[in-house]
Design a protein around this ligand. Structure first.
Ligand code: ASP
Length: 282
């Protein structure tokens, strides 16, 4: 099987983003997808999606890890999850604070019986596992928070990969919507926002409440498992999302190595490569 990887950096609003930011995001996604593909040659799909998402978390252009959105009470709370299509194990952290890479904390949880932790439990688990205190805030996000302008900048990050053995995995990480009520749960650490089996793997971005209402990632994967082509599974699921004007985007790979992505509103930012050709959003 040819190794393939697709990543996304959430949504991009033409009206509120400068051309410099767009070019910077294109460059960052190209660099990260190519680095990730190199990594994938020597690692499994599940190791690779964690690697890609940790690079995206470290890039302050995206709303995950460093540069995450600030919630209504002035704090940053992040959520991340991963799912291994082979073992069907899902692990995640919800509303974790002051760690560098939430996806790495979620990865650590894969080895435990209790695999989804929220709030204080997630923070305590991270500290017990040597994740040091780290403040992910950047001045730009604080400025947006003060100007109450963050709602225009939806932008989770995610990765889906297939390795040379045909194993599939997905990982997703977010700083949330911005200005949300403390305690709000994002889709990103639920199977609606991140899901994988042997048949298909999906990572979503957009309005978490819409993604959960549509059970987006789970439905796409289930439809593929039930025999639908990947593109048809996307189209049917996004038609259902449109019935309530849901706002979302998703990336996917199926077991044949087909790559697909779709968004309900322009325009999700993404990049993919099979090592021969790399495509970056225009
Ligand atoms: N899905 C994320 C959330 O609702 C936000 C995003 O994708 O930008 O928390």
């Amino acid at each position: 099987m040819q190794e393939k990887v697709i990543i996304h950096g959430g949504f991009f609003s033409e009206s509120s983003t400068t051309n410099e930011v767009k070019v910077a995001k294109q460059k960052a996604l190209k660099d990260i997808v190519e680095k990730t593909h190199e990594y994938l040659k020597m690692h499994t799909a599940i190791e690779t999606v964690v690697y890609a998402v940790s690079l995206l978390e470290d890039c302050d252009l995206f709303n995950a890890g460093l540069g995450s959105q600030i919630q209504s009470d002035g704090k940053i709370r992040m959520s991340a999850s991963l799912m291994d299509g082979v073992s069907k194990k899902f692990a995640g952290v919800i509303n974790i604070e002051n760690v560098k890479n939430p996806i790495r904390v979620a990865e650590k949880l894969m080895a435990y019986d209790d695999r989804v932790l929220g709030g204080e439990g997630a923070i305590n688990f991270a500290r017990a596992n040597n994740f040091q205190f780290y403040n992910p805030e950047i001045p730009q996000r604080r400025l947006e928070y003060e100007q109450k302008s963050a709602s225009k900048r939806i932008g989770t990050v995610g990765c889906v990969a297939i390795d040379k053995e045909g194993r599939l995995a997905a990982a997703t990480s977010t700083g949330g919507k911005g200005f949300e009520m403390p305690g709000r749960v994002s889709d990103s650490a639920t199977p609606a926002g991140n899901y994988a089996t042997n048949d298909c793997a999906v990572s979503c971005t957009g309005v978490g409440e819409d993604i959960v209402s549509a059970a987006l990632a789970t439905k796409i994967v289930t439809r593929v498992s039930d025999g639908m082509m990947l593109q048809q599974a996307f189209e049917k699921t996004f038609k259902e999302l449109a019935e309530f004007d849901g706002f979302a985007g998703a990336i996917a790979i199926d077991k044949k190595g087909t790559i697909y992505h779709l968004d309900s509103h322009p325009s999700m930012v993404y990049a993919y490569t099979d090592g021969i050709e790399t495509f970056v959003f225009k």
